[in-house]
Write a protein that binds this ligand. Structure first.
Ligand code: AMP
Length: 272
């Protein structure tokens, strides 16, 4: 596996791959890799002949009181996992921003609701760094996890709105045996919090079951909220392509939730 640290080197490597007629599948990450990330890598390997993974903890997507400085960075463990998966290139820059960089992507409505309502500027930072990475890596395909459904929506919208040629592929959520969606932040959970963490998944499942029985959306959401064993930040049913709340179950409906357990914030979703 080749490790590339600079913007210039990754851009020339990408040009070289394309010049030789190769294709690139790209998996952007912030590291602290788990089976969820690795499932994206396995999909990438099937879709192109070169797999490029990036590890970069992007400062512009963290709020001032969030966990940027304590975000886990187990670089050597990550390296070993990526090598084992047969990744061709790891792009691991130490910084992607010039000291005076001032241009950001504004994703509009979608960035202001749900996760965007409690994490001001989060999706602006995500969209900006993803576009920078797309410009540098110039992938044919990029793979994102359904786990971050709102992020997928932001990225797809950006690619559409800005006429970027990359193809976005979405990978299913990888879960623990009890249903908790894998996340780099799960390692923050105390044993007591961990024992309650899958209640977010249980809440989403209950909403799904109630809706399938014909219960109206509000009552189903209230029932879901009651089984959550943490502080629910939001639980709602939206159209997954717009993130507009829906009143009646329709194609593309998604039940989404965010729950706080102590200092840790968990998100999850289920397709209906
Ligand atoms: P992150 O390192 O948290 O920025 O995540 C990098 C990519 O991995 C994103 O596209 C996430 O949606 C995806 N991802 C994170 N957790 C999971 C999971 N449990 N299942 C599938 N994909 C995931």
């Amino acid at each position: 596996m080749k490790i590339v640290k600079t913007k210039k080197a990754i851009a020339s490597l990408s040009k070289l791959i394309h010049k030789d007629g190769g294709t690139i599948a790209f998996v952007p990450t912030m590291g602290a890799l788990h089976e969820g990330h690795l499932s994206l890598v396995r999909i990438a390997r099937k879709l192109a002949d070169t797999v490029i993974v990036s590890i970069y903890v992007n400062p512009t997507q963290f709020g001032p009181n969030e966990d940027f400085s304590r975000y886990p960075r187990p670089f050597n463990e990550d390296l070993a996992k990526l090598k084992k998966e047969g990744v061709n290139v790891l792009f691991a820059p130490s910084n992607l921003y010039d000291f005076n960089s001032a241009t950001f992507i504004d994703p509009g409505y979608i960035a202001s609701v749900f996760c965007g309502a409690s994490r001001i500027d989060h999706f602006r930072g995500v969209a900006t760094v993803v576009l920078k990475l797309f410009n540098l890596v110039n992938p044919d395909i990029a793979i994102f996890g359904q786990k971050d459904a709102q992020q997928v929506c932001v990225i797809k919208q950006m690619v559409r709105d800005l006429d970027h040629p990359v193809k976005i592929v979405v990978a299913p959520i990888v879960r623990e045996a009890d249903g908790l969606a894998l996340s780099s932040r799960n390692r923050y959970l105390t044993p007591d919090e961990r024992s309650r963490a899958n209640s977010l998944y249980n809440a989403l499942n209950l909403v799904k079951k109630e809706l399938a029985k014909g219960t109206n959306i509000n009552s189903a959401l209230n029932k879901g909220k009651r089984v959550a064993k943490g502080d629910i930040e939001y639980l709602n049913v939206v159209n997954q392509s717009t993130f507009l709340p829906i009143k009646k179950i329709e194609k593309n409906a998604l039940v989404i939730g965010a729950m706080r357990l102590g200092k840790t914030r968990l998100i999850d979703n289920l397709k209906l």
